[in-house]
Design a protein. Structure first.
Ligand SMILES: [Zn+2]
Length: 127
């Protein structure tokens, strides 16, 4: 994510999932954009969301070509739909359960993992 995404990482460091939001029309925007895709406004801010989500689609990675993830296989990457707005989704790992437990439609909640010196938002199965 570019420097536009810095507040996203700053939020994660505080233990908050924050998403860019248009100050004029209220639309949530992810990934962050320089202007609102709905109304064109450049007045954009970041605000916390509930941290709840639903697995919309996912892949189980058995062979990673990303060096940092080589020792973590198998792991799950997913698009997580957020309840704050239809079509709003984030790309994240699903952790805390076996990959075979992950199903489309599974309710999840955000959690944070320290990785390479920064907090990364992951999602885990809701209890
Ligand atoms: Zn807008």
């Amino acid at each position: 994510m570019s420097e536009l995404g810095q507040p996203y990482w700053d939020g994660a460091a505080r233990g908050e999932l924050v998403i860019q939001r248009c100050c004029d029309c209220g639309r949530w925007i992810h990934f962050p954009e320089p202007a609102c895709p709905s109304c064109g406004s450049g007045r954009l801010d970041f605000a916390p969301v509930s941290g709840d989500g639903t697995v919309e689609t996912f892949s189980v990675i058995y062979r990673s070509f990303v060096a940092d993830f080589a020792g973590r296989t198998p792991y799950v990457i997913a698009w997580i739909g957020l309840p704050e707005q239809a079509g709003l989704r984030v790309f994240a790992n699903v952790t805390g359960c076996e990959p075979s437990e992950v199903v489309i439609g599974m309710p999840v909640e955000v959690c944070f993992e320290q990785r390479d010196g920064r907090a990364v938002p992951n999602f885990r199965k809701k209890p």
